[in-house]
Design a protein around this ligand. Structure first.
Ligand code: SAM
Length: 245
């Protein structure tokens, strides 16, 4: 993968105005627009869970993330479902991150973590099904453990394709459906409803690899590999991949 700077997308500017317009130097964290959700106790639980297990999840997912995010340059990176900032450490210094995170309960932790990273963050609270960004306006799109949870993965992938510049990359790490007749797939079927309730829509048996392949990218690389020593058995059929626009 080239390390040369590219011509670059036009700087992506969300089509909504900042809550706190800039005065003097650019703010390092700006929340833009409105929207988002708060399911009360369940959303609080999820914000706590992804914060408390951030180190562990990053440990078991590290080989996947290192492979998927290798050579990531930006400078403008869109992250879908940024959560509490699980992927900030993978961004090069100086990245302009557009973080899409509709769970309002995640925002305070994301802001806190972003303050320790050398990135400039614009936070959008709406879902990734309709992004307020211009066509071909971002260099890279990343996500981890998000396409399982979005309401409409086909629409999200169409938005990713639309906002990426030609040659830009979509890099992802996801858990997916286990093979049809495997014990893990049986488990995924049995617990899918309570799991989706607890993890705010997380669907255990999605065929995300097929959805990415069908999304119109020029080139798609996908590898299936388990997370190492994961205690989260139902979600340990995992993929990482890079799709090029
Ligand atoms: C399982 S968590 C993963 C969070 C983070 N990416 C990580 O790796 O820890 C899924 C995230 O997707 C977010 N999400 C849910 N629906 C979404 C949507 N329609 N668009 C974008 N993000 C969404 C959730 O709020 C949550 O933060």
């Amino acid at each position: 993968m080239s390390t040369e700077p590219h011509a670059g997308a036009e700087r992506a500017t969300p089509r909504t105005s900042p809550d706190h317009p800039a005065q003097g130097p650019a703010p390092r964290f700006t929340a833009v627009g409105d929207g988002g959700f708060d399911h009360g106790g369940v959303s609080r639980f999820n914000a706590w869970f992804f914060d408390a297990f951030d180190g562990y999840i990053n440990h078991i997912a590290r080989p996947h993330k290192q492979a998927a995010f290798a050579g990531l340059q930006g400078p403008t990176v869109l992250e879908l479902g940024a959560g509490v900032g699980a992927n900030l450490d993978y961004l090069p210094a100086g990245t302009r991150l557009i973080a899409v995170e509709p769970s309002l309960r995640m925002h305070a932790r994301l802001r806190e973590k972003a303050a320790t990273a050398d990135v400039e963050v614009t936070l959008l609270s709406q879902g990734a099904e309709a992004l307020p960004l211009d066509d071909a306006s971002v260099d890279e799109v990343i996500c981890s453990l998000v396409l399982c949870t979005v309401g409409d993965p086909t629409r999200v992938l169409a938005e990713v394709h639309r906002v990426l510049r030609p040659g830009g990359r979509f890099r992802f790490v996801e858990h997916v459906a286990a093979p049809t007749w495997s014990p893990r797939r049986w488990l995924q079927r049995v617990i899918r409803r309570p799991w989706a309730w607890l993890f705010e829509g997380c669907t255990l048996d999605r065929d995300t690899a097929a959805a990415v392949r069908a999304a119109g990218f020029a080139e798609v690389q996908i590898e299936q590999r388990r997370f190492r020593h994961s205690a989260f058995v139902p979600v340990n059929t995992t993929i990482w991949g890079v799709a090029t626009r």
